[in-house]
Design a protein. Structure first.
Length: 272
């Protein structure tokens, strides 16, 4: 009996090793596809049984192991969070920046600002001062309880004058919330997103060379939940963009925040 248990345990350990090897070879887009199979942003179903070094439930499936491993390790293999600040030279005149250019909200009165080419003059947008033209990058934006917001990335060459053309065809990749109830991805056409609850913190992961931009519900640091992925052939420098949307006479005046990076817990693939 003990010999049979040991053999079964050995087989399942080998299975787990194969899953971990696959994890190291697959892109984060595969993680999103698998983790979203049962309702896009649903939690992984719990594994059955109690595990110890000598006890594994015979009904344990590879998909269960794989998804659980991904859920626990994916955050750790992301790049260290970027430390971003907003660029006042790009901010729409209604936007007020504070706390070292890490907080922005839409005010009621326009600020006196020079009308330079890089400034948005219609859409209530502001860019981060740092852009990316290669590599893997991760950052977070706190949207709190705002009823309307948009965020993502924009090509540095995209027009900032007039109403922002919110589509990948115009070099803009965004998701957002409308009227406190409709989450959507700004593709062609726009796509409603089945988001569970109301995330207060959104994670953004850019893999430039792989052409993937992924948004996460980042309220729980160790359980990132994929919301949507854009796939594109990125060219030129991309900048993080925040759109506070109109203040709606004060009802949507809550800020958007670039929080300081929470560095602990991030590892490179080689360290995992």
């Amino acid at each position: 009996m003990q010999l049979e248990q040991a053999q079964g345990t050995q087989e399942r350990l080998a299975q787990a090793e194969r899953v971990l090897e696959q994890f190291g070879n697959e892109s984060h887009h595969e993680f999103i596809r698998v983790s979203g199979q049962e309702g896009e942003v649903q939690q992984a179903r719990p594994l059955e049984g109690v595990f110890s070094p000598i006890s594994f439930k015979p009904a344990l499936h590879q998909a269960d192991i794989k998804l659980t491993v991904w859920k626990r390790l994916f955050r750790k293999v992301l790049p260290a969070p970027e430390s971003l600040k907003l660029d006042p030279a790009t901010a729409h005149p209604l936007l007020e920046l504070s706390k070292g250019n890490t907080v922005v909200h839409c005010g009621l009165l326009a600020q006196r600002r020079a009308s330079q080419p890089e400034r948005f003059d219609y859409s209530t947008c502001v860019l981060a001062s740092k852009g990316f033209s290669w590599g893997r990058h991760y950052w977070e934006v706190v949207v709190g309880s705002k009823s309307d917001w948009r965020l993502g990335v924009i090509k540095g060459t995209a027009s900032r004058k007039g109403k922002l053309s919110k589509s990948p065809e115009h070099g803009v990749w965004l998701i957002g919330l409308k009227e406190g109830r409709l989450y959507e991805a700004f593709g062609c056409p726009r796509l409603p997103l089945p988001v569970a609850g109301h995330p207060h913190r959104i994670g953004v992961y850019l893999h430039y060379e792989q052409g993937e931009l992924t948004f996460f519900d980042a309220d729980r640091p160790d359980d990132l939940r994929a919301l949507y992925t854009f796939q594109a052939d990125f060219q030129g420098k991309l900048y993080p963009i925040l759109d506070t949307c109109w203040h709606e006479r004060g009802s949507n005046s809550l800020p958007m925040v670039l929080p300081p990076p929470s560095a602990p817990g991030h590892l490179t693939r080689a360290q995992v």
